[in-house]
Design a protein around this ligand. Structure first.
Ligand SMILES: Nc1nc2c(ncn2[C@@H]2O[C@H](COP(=O)(O)OP(=O)(O)OP(=O)(O)O)[C@@H](O)[C@H]2O)c(=O)[nH]1
Ligand SMILES: [Mg+2]
Length: 331
């Protein structure tokens, strides 16, 4: 039996679990858990263990599909998977969510995180959720990669559609000419119509079960699990504290003042773009940053080692997970 492996990586909500579920012959063991108790703007669950699925490619070959958890706080899993389970994978598929604030920045981030892994394997970029946000378009992505000197196929897909995900897999395994892709496609389409049975013999099954039991956590708890963040405060639209890790009242008040400053700038200089982030940096001290959205703000105290770009990436990830505050308070 010939066996192939591909690894899916990408930002939270980019569709890794969905893609694997869409084409797997076996039920994908559910290691998703509800996202934080200040809940969810983009989706209700996130992967905490990993995704594993399996697709038969004919009588004597099989494809194993692995997906990493997207959230930074589960990053230890990335290293574990890259060095172990998916070390002999032949391709890395990077899913990019086109609705995120800076999809190109996501590409840069994953390129640098997985560079050593990528250079030895097929590398494919798949852009998801472009039905919800059309820009950047295919040409934009191609130009961006060309400028960076990266040669990688770019596919625009809907991770919920088996045909689209299979296209990705075909591209990932394109050197394997002895696979009857038409047959695989037909079978996957048929399976979509049937109920799928769990495969209790899968060696990952037991392992995955063990990784399931993760308590629900809030945006503040999630923030505190990110390397380099030493304090966090979540503010509502009126700049009142929803939740905080900070005992230090002075620092909390500083977050509030910075958030209010942004509002003041907006009212005093309406011709300017609204300020979305204010940061105070001192070379050897913790940085104080506030990230503002329409209905909420997140204040972060971060160690000097973290660059501003890293802090921003973390704040974006965290904020994209928390529901707008009005909704949260209603429910
Ligand atoms: N509209 C739209 N929705 C999509 C598309 N691809 C995926 N989705 C949806 O986006 C969500 C993606 O969620 P997941 O598959 O859980 O994302 P993930 O990458 O596993 O996220 P983490 O486990 O948190 O890292 C699901 O609700 C999908 O149904 C797409 O192309 N268009
Ligand atoms: Mg997932």
């Amino acid at each position: 039996m010939k066996s192939y492996k591909v690894l899916f990586v990408g930002s939270p909500g980019s569709g890794k679990t969905t893609a694997i579920r869409t084409i797997s012959d076996v039920e994908v063991v559910d290691t998703d858990t509800k996202v934080s108790d200040s809940t969810i703007k983009r989706k209700r669950t996130t992967t905490v263990g990993m995704d594993y699925g399996k697709l038969s490619l004919g009588e004597d070959s099989v494809l194993h599909l692995y997906g990493t958890p997207g959230q930074e706080r589960f990053k230890f899993m990335w290293d574990l998977m890259v060095s172990d389970l998916a070390n002999d994978a032949s391709a890395l598929i990077l899913l990019i969510d086109n609705t995120r604030n800076y999809p190109f920045r996501d590409i840069d981030y994953y390129l640098s995180e997985f560079w050593d892994y990528i250079v030895k394997r097929h590398f494919i970029i798949a852009v998801t959720r472009s039905d919800l946000m059309a820009s950047p378009n295919e040409a934009d992505y191609q130009n961006y990669l060309k400028d960076k000197g990266i040669l990688a196929p770019i596919l625009f897909i809907d991770a919920r559609k088996s045909v689209d995900v299979l296209d990705l897999v075909v591209s990932a395994l394109n050197q394997e000419s002895d696979i009857d892709w038409a047959e695989v496609l037909h079978r996957v389409a048929m399976t979509e119509l049937k109920n799928r049975n769990p495969d209790p013999n899968s060696p990952q099954f037991e392992w995955l079960r063990k990784t399931r039991d993760v308590p629900k956590i809030s945006i503040i708890e999630a923030a505190m699990q990110v390397r380099g963040i030493s304090g966090a405060t979540h503010l509502n639209k009126e700049f009142n504290t929803i939740d905080t890790s900070q005992e230090d009242l002075e620092c909390n008040n500083l977050f509030k003042s910075l958030a209010k400053l942004a509002a003041a700038i907006k009212s005093k200089a309406p011709q300017l773009e609204p300020v979305r982030n204010i940061s105070l940096h001192a070379p050897r001290k913790d940085s104080v940053s506030v990230f503002l959205e329409q209905d909420q703000s997140l204040g972060l105290l971060t160690l000097p080692a973290l660059t501003h770009k890293q802090i921003r990436q973390q704040a974006e990830d965290l904020l994209q997970w928390s529901d707008n505050v009005e909704n949260t308070q209603k429910t």
